[in-house]
Design a protein around this ligand. Sequence first.
Ligand code: C2O
Ligand code: CU
Length: 516
Amino acid sequence: MEHRTPTTPGPARATMSRRSMLGLSLATASAALLAACSSAPAAAARRIMPTDPAVQAAEQSRPSTGRTVQKALAAAPFTATLDGRAVSTWGYNGAINGPLLRGSVGDRLQVALHNGLKEGTTVHWHGLALANDQDGVQDLTQKAVAAGGDYAYGFRLSHPGTYWYHSHFELQRERALYGPLIVDDPAEAKDWDHEWVVLLDDWMDGVTGTPDDVLAELSKGMGGTMSGGMGGMMGGKYMSMGSTSDFLGGDAGDVRYPLHLFNGRTPSAPDTITARPGDRVRLRIINAAGDTAYRVGAPGTKLTLTHTDGYPVERRDVDAVVLGMGERIDALLTVPAGWTPLMALPEGKTGLALGRISTGSGKEPVPAALPSTLGGTVVDGGQLAAAAAVRLPAKAVTARHTVSLTGSMMAYDWGINGRRFSMESPFDGALEVRQGDRVQIDFVNRTTMWHPMHLHGHTFQVGGTGARKDTVIVRPGQTVSVLLDADNPGQWLYHCHNAYHAAQGMMGVLSYVSGG
Ligand code: C2O
Ligand code: CU
């Protein structure tokens, strides 16, 4: 495999590479799909492309109830109100959280997307093992839906759990183009009284600038941004310096955010549910942020962690749980009498996202009077163990790949194995697997920052008996090995779920091949 090193770092090059990586013009949109021929896999094998019959065969083998759930998503600019001010952003159906999409295992989810934006868009269904041609990666699994255009997504829901959907086009996810997606298991015993879906997001769009402004500044690198002397020591307009977290092993994030949202709301007007003392609440927490891990807890009340990324874990009682960008945690909370604040503290940063449970008595908590830290027993999803029922059976590894996470704040040149991903040659350095392989991927973090690594279309197992996940935190200097069964043919993106790291090229393709 050819390993190319990026040339001439700098603002112009960075802007161009972002364009070329994530938003090819329509004229060149099919180039990547054709690149299968120019970047041929070894030994005359061929790549299993999204339109391959093997992809449809996998879809047909998924459970089916014969029912279809129909929904519509309209992506468009709209004005939200945050902390009393009007904020222009882009979202689905005119709200900061897109609508809840929900079906049961075996149902077909049919989503009619209308693109009311002035640029292309796609929708990615984060965490779902679905048909590759529905995965929503422009220029890899589909062409972007043009401005003003429509697109029909449709696929079977194959596994229960808490998932989400978001635009996969450039930095659109950093606006409000995301929402929750839940797959129910009708056979599940419901040992809770209330369900609370919680979407967390770090927010700057329309307040201090746009996500594109952030990337433009970050891509100059720390060298460029700090050249202003002492003033630069604090970072730039958007770049944050000195956000550190012992939990995450150092540098916690690159970007400063004026607001942190809990279900699209700020702590001045928090989302509030009512319950009776002793009721159990099932939390379904989703971190939709671009550059912020959240530490979530209710001071004085334990959380019983039950699932991560849709899959059950050996239950753990904790004081707080940390979610990297893209991760989900399901937890049970027994409601105390009075008011219970559910806090999400941006790890290594200042600020608060807040929701509340009220039993109709006691004094309403004032956000300023809440504790500024959540301590005690604190874990992340990658530190949990898979429930026995979802543990991968023992099997010899037949394909093994090393994914070195590379780059630095200095040049802001995040990549994989020293290469910044480009959609113009998506299969350079691809991780090749064959259907039926037991695959091991070793994520080796050679940077001084943590990265939440996400794989499309699969749920891997962390380490030997770790949790089943699709997004896992990899700390600086750490190696996280994951196992998966190659049972979903196609071309699947994997990347850091830090929006700005991904935009700079910390991405690659898990590529199914056959023959040869
Ligand atoms: Cu949640 Cu490639 O994305
Ligand atoms: Cu990263």
